[in-house]
Each structure stands twice: as C-alpha cells, then as structure tokens.
Design a protein around this ligand. Structure first.
Ligand code: F6R
Length: 242
C-alpha cells in the first residue's frame, strides 16, 4: 500500500488529480471508477484544470460511478448523475456515452444491479477506482453488515449515512433511504484503488480500516486485502495512522 499524507485538503486533492491524470496519460482508454460526496470535489476541480491546460485527454476514457440513490431521476440536483455532470463530466472531453452510473429512476432493483454489474464486467476491469469513506467505514454505499457484499446491490442506508448526507438536502426527510451501489466484490476487482480522506472526523475510521481487524462491520477494512491500494489523506484524516 502507498500512503500519501498531505498537508491539507488542497494538497491532497492536487495529488489525487495528478494520479488520475497519470493513469489516463499512461493508458488513454482507461476505465476509471469514480466517487461522489464532498471529498473528491476539489480533486475534480484540479482534473478540470489539468484538462484545460492540455495535460490530459479524456476522449477515450470510460467511467463507472460507485453508486446512485434509488428513486432519484438523473435531472434531480441531488442525484449523483447531476453531481458528476456538474462537478466533472460537463467540463472535460469525456464522451457522455462512456459514463456509467446506476439508473436511480428505475425501481426494478434486480434489473438495475445485474445490468450494471454486467457492464462493468464487459467494459472493465476498472484500472483505477477512486473511493471516499463514510464515517462508519462504508465504501460506495456498502454499509457495515455481517457479510461483505459481492456484486452491485440495493442497500438500505443507515441512520449514520442519512444523517451525514442530509447536509445536501433541504430536509432530512428528503434524503433517499435506499441506494444502488457497486458491491465490495465489484470494487475489489479494480486493478488499483485510491481512497481519499480529509478532515479530523475521518481519523478514527481511517485508523480502524487500515490498522484494525478486517471485518464487514468496517467495510473499508477489506482494502487491506487488495494488492494495489493508494491511500491519500490530509494530516487530520491520517493523524491516527502511524
Ligand atoms: C460516494 C460514495 C460514498 C462517499 C462517502 C464519503 O459516491 O460512494 O462512499 O465516498 O460517503 O462522503 P464524503 O466525501 O462526503 O465524506
């Protein structure tokens, strides 16, 4: 595992953007796995800058997002479809047909999950998977559970996740309670996984995930089993990891 401990969020984001750009420069038709949430927002801004300065080209890149709320249409400004267009896709030359996110507006969970997993298998493997981490150790929306999930699945969000994500909604009752997410197995198939963490609030869960026991109660702890993980954090988030 490679650990980059950067001074602050800005430095961390620059490093993450450089790694993503390097991946695409080394392999122009890379398959990227992407995340939403607050953590990668500045990384995406830095990628846009690298693109606008002519340092990276996304024409042949394929992207798979980790997850999407069930019940939200693509046009909903809280959907992850909207987030990705707004924060990244609309500002770089990625072909929209090459961007994949589970269809939250389709209530047929079995169909959505099977179709998404098949797409990843057909177009993958994912070369570089970007992850954030939930306060409870979730990756994607794979919440603490008795088992590690394998494939793309429908999850019930925990109270901790609903509370954390309510900051993006007008009212906590508007936060969807279910989501489609790539499974832990789908994530672990990526050739390289880069987890981003920022801020003191993530310090405990980062220490538990990377120094603690491997357990589905801390989903990110499975990353200890992956041969090619890059952990990028700021000093606050990595403060409890020696
Ligand atoms: C987002 C995702 C989630 C977030 C996690 C951390 O696509 O899969 O696992 O990465 O909830 O969110 P932030 O970055 O907002 O703390």
């Amino acid at each position: 595992m490679i650990i980059y401990k950067l001074k602050d969020y800005a430095e961390m984001s620059k490093k993450a953007a450089l790694i993503i750009a390097s991946q695409v420069n080394l392999k122009p038709n890379s398959v990227l796995g992407l995340a939403t949430g607050s953590t990668p927002v500045e990384t995406y801004k830095q990628i846009i800058k690298l693109y606008k300065d002519g340092n990276v080209d996304f024409e042949k890149v394929v992207a798979f997002n980790l997850d999407e709320y069930k019940g939200l249409k693509k046009e909903n400004d809280q959907s992850y479809h909207y987030f990705m267009r707004d924060n990244l896709f609309n500002h770089i030359n990625i072909n929209p047909n090459n961007t994949h996110i589970p269809d939250g507006s389709n209530m047929d969970a079995k169909h959505v999950c099977e179709e998404y997993e098949n797409k990843i298998n057909n177009l993958g493997p994912i070369d570089l998977q970007v992850l954030g981490i939930g306060l409870n150790g979730h990756i994607g929306f794979n919440e603490p559970d008795e088992h590690f999930t394998s494939k793309t699945n429908l999850v019930k969000l925990t109270k901790s996740t609903i509370d954390a994500n309510s900051r993006f909604f007008d009212n906590i009752n508007d936060v969807p309670t279910e989501a489609y997410t790539m499974g832990i197995g789908s994530i672990m198939k990526a050739k390289c996984i880069m987890l981003l963490a920022s801020g003191e609030s993530k310090a405990d869960i980062i220490a538990q995930s990377f120094k603690g026991k491997i357990t589905p109660l801390v989903p990110a702890s499975i990353l200890q089993m992956h041969p090619n993980v890059i952990l990028i954090g700021d000093e606050a988030a990595l403060s409890k990891l020696n």
